[in-house]
Design a protein around this ligand. Structure first.
Ligand code: URP
Ligand code: ZN
Ligand code: ZN
Length: 477
């Protein structure tokens, strides 16, 4: 049975036109004017709506133990919330404990996702140590398990963090495997010193979280990550970039024709560091790393998106309850679990405050939400665009739907929202994954377990990833 989406306005990273889209057997089979339904086709009326490729969130943490707590969304609640927001795929992070075999951690993450995810998913593997078996495991992960992106943490000293020598090793090995290294770029030594200093002075309030990791800490980390990737002669992707100091490192590297890519998140585009001064312990809601920055940083990030210096917007969804989890740090800001929710809100926020306010175009919106994530991480053109033969992961987006974000009406499994009271205009009305409607009229109608694990293929060494993805598209569809 097929689905015919009638009378919508199809938007891709490059085009925008009125057309009907017919899907069958999980893929897009026809795009054209006045398409007629085949017998038994389900017809979806998209009059007045945009038809976007399903958005991909390449930075999520579902069911992750971190800093003494386990975050609140699992692959069921997290992907349902995401789907209701118009996301149809995530790349989540497998996080091995120090010393744990990477393949053992992968099994654990497969078990977390299996039977729960409502749409397709892939994994990045975090490399949190460089034990003797890691080199062999990286090879097996790429070639047998389809994991072609690896995460490294410069931050979180003594926990997930690795040192520069280990980071260089990961870069050299992933380069040789045709895989991509991604970096959480903050200087751990400086964070450690400043944190101890504040605590020794009795400065324990959440507002000392951003003061213990100012933007120079991220600028330095970003500089070093890019420099090391140059030494290793490989591409690098900087996750959750927040500030001008880090951005200027990316801009300079791209100006030198380096394959350096960067991601930012809605919270860094829309929320600023004045929120840490909120009453009582409220600031803990915004304790994430890197922290929220200034309004001037937000403006710089928007410009960088518009001009292609930042390629993706992901959420870094990592939700901890305010009551009982964030409160672990009531007397010590360094014990507040780092991270915040946002998986459901990405499209409506960026459409409202990015597209409607004229900061980015509608095509750029699709590019940074769906197309670039798919290209950079090896899912394109099966995911990330609207084309004949691509998976029918589609969002019918109603630009007239308006509302206000509240924790009570959000579908994530956590007791607050970063965006409480924020107005939005435009929201996902219908969402399809491989041709199945999983959201209808803004209600979830899908099934946990429908999501499939996506194996990805490595890319030839020494090629720019986004260009390579486009070249491969011709052979894949
Ligand atoms: O504070 C954050 N961002 N928590 C999640 C882990 C990470 O660093 O991405
Ligand atoms: Zn991070
Ligand atoms: Zn993260």
């Amino acid at each position: 049975v097929g689905v015919l989406i009638k009378n919508g306005e199809v938007v891709t990273a490059t085009d925008r036109y009125h057309a009907d889209v017919r899907v069958a057997d999980g893929v897009i089979v026809a795009i054209g004017r006045d398409l007629k339904p085949e017998p038994f086709d389900r017809v979806v009326d998209a009059s007045g709506c945009f038809v976007f490729p399903g958005a991909i969130d390449v930075h999520t943490h579902l069911d992750m133990p971190f800093m003494g707590a386990t975050n609140k969304d699992d692959f069921r609640t997290g992907t349902i919330a995401a789907a209701l927001g118009g996301t149809t795929g995530v790349i989540d992070f497998v996080i091995p404990e120090k010393g744990q075999p990477l393949l053992e951690a992968l099994d654990l993450w497969h078990a977390k996702a299996r039977g729960k995810a409502v749409f397709d998913y892939a994994f990045h593997m975090a490399v949190t140590h460089m034990g003797p078996t890691v080199k062999d495991e990286l090879h097996r992960l790429v070639h047998d398990h389809g994991i072609t992106s690896f995460k490294t943490f410069m931050a979180y000293k003594g926990a997930l963090g690795i040192d520069d020598g280990e980071l260089l090793d990961v870069m050299l090995q992933t380069r040789d495997l045709g895989a991509l290294v991604t970096v959480h770029a903050e200087n751990p030594e400086v964070i450690d010193r400043l944190t101890r200093r504040f605590l020794a002075e009795g400065k324990t309030h959440p507002k000392y979280h951003p003061l213990s990791r100012p933007s120079g800490v991220e600028g330095e980390g970003t500089h070093r990550a890019i420099a090391l990737s140059g030494v290793a002669d490989t591409s690098v992707y900087i996750v959750h970039l927040t500030c001008r100091e880090a951005l200027s490192e990316v801009v300079r590297a791209r100006g030198d024709f380096r394959d350096v890519m960067a991601e930012t998140c809605p919270q860094y585009l829309l929320l600023d560091d004045s929120l840490y001064d909120g009453p009582g312990f409220e600031g803990a809601k915004y304790v994430m790393s890197p922290p929220l920055r200034s309004k001037a940083d937000q403006e710089a990030l928007w410009h960088a998106l518009e001009h292609g210096f930042i390629q993706t917007i992901a959420t870094d969804h990592c939700p901890f309850d305010f009551e009982g989890q964030k409160t672990m740090g009531t007397n010590d800001f360094s014990k507040i679990p780092n991270g915040a929710p946002g998986i459901e809100d990405r499209l409506k926020l960026i459409y409202t405050y990015g597209v409607r306010e004229g900061r980015i175009s509608l095509n750029k919106f699709v590019e940074v939400m769906a197309t670039n994530p798919a290209k950079i991480f090896g899912l394109y053109p099966r995911k990330g665009t609207i084309a004949i033969g691509a998976d029918a992961d589609l969002v019918v987006f109603d630009p007239t739907h308006s509302g206000v974000i509240t924790a009570r009406e959000s579908h994530h499994n956590v007791d607050y929202s970063l965006f409480e009271g924020w107005r939005y205009q435009g929201a996902a009305a219908q969402v399809l994954v491989r041709g199945e409607l999983i959201v209808e009229d803004g209600q979830f109608v899908g099934e946990p377990g429908f999501g499939r694990y996506l194996k990805r293929a490595p890319m030839p060494r020494g090629q720019k990833r986004m260009l390579m993805a486009e070249a491969q598209a011709h052979t894949h569809l």
